[in-house]
Design a binder for this molecule. Sequence first.
Ligand code: SF4
Length: 307
Amino acid sequence: MTTEKQAKLLESLKQTVSHLKREIFTAELKRKPLVFSFENAKIKDAYTFSLPSGWTCPGATMCLAKVGRESGKLTDGPNATVRCFSASQEAVYPTVRMIRWHNFDRLKQAGGSAGLAGLILESLPADAKRIRVHVSGDFFNQAYFNAWMIVAEAKPDVTFYAYTKSVPFWVNRLGNIPVNFKLNASVGSRWDSLAEDAELKSAKIVFSEIEAEALGLEIDEDDSHAWAQDESFALLVHGTQAPGSEAGKSWSKQIAEIKKTNAALPKKIKRTVPPLTVAYLTAQIVRLAVRLAGILATPEYVVKQIA
Ligand code: SF4
């Protein structure tokens, strides 16, 4: 076989492998209720729950960004000055996007507050002690907000917390929020003045430590200010900012400093990747096809599809 033909064959085998992986992921996802994740780089010892960024954020303005469910294309909102980190994640990682839309789809099928609360309770990880509600997304209507309050009342041993720009849903229930649900009004919403008037605990994005100091706010680095105390606080602007924006310039400055520090560190060990041969890819395709056939044939999967 010529080198050109071999390259084409390898490319087509690679595409088949990635297609099968995606099919398996989709089929497995369809069998699940809501999907919670455990920990991430910043959030430790806690489960997280996410919805599609922007699409579920009625209070977003300066941070508004949406990613096409199928296309993966990120579009900033008309008043966006800070790039939504969660939207950037969805644009880069299709599986992250799929999980978030899966959660939103399931919730939309659940009906009113009682149905939504039932679905969330059924899906909660049994060993959860702390849950960050919405690493991405937000309370998209009052019934959904109320559902989480029902869930918190039903699980007094679990600490729930959320940042939210959906201020009116919170204000409508002032004085009626379970003690184990810590809410933080995310500054920069359509309803900042409502949050201020109601004296809600808030979290404000700042571009530097000096700015936080001037505002008299502590900077949170590990989410503990959001769930372990009741004072307002600041968050330092994160990466993936739009170039040229104030947030982008601030982030570039921080990145330059990080790069300078990293340059002094020992070089990383290069990871070696096994060569993709025709034999290896063919074996992978057979293995994945058998696995997919097994998933699609399970009674549980068939019932879910019919329902
Ligand atoms: S509210 Fe949060 S998730 Fe929604 S668009 Fe703004 S930053 Fe993104």
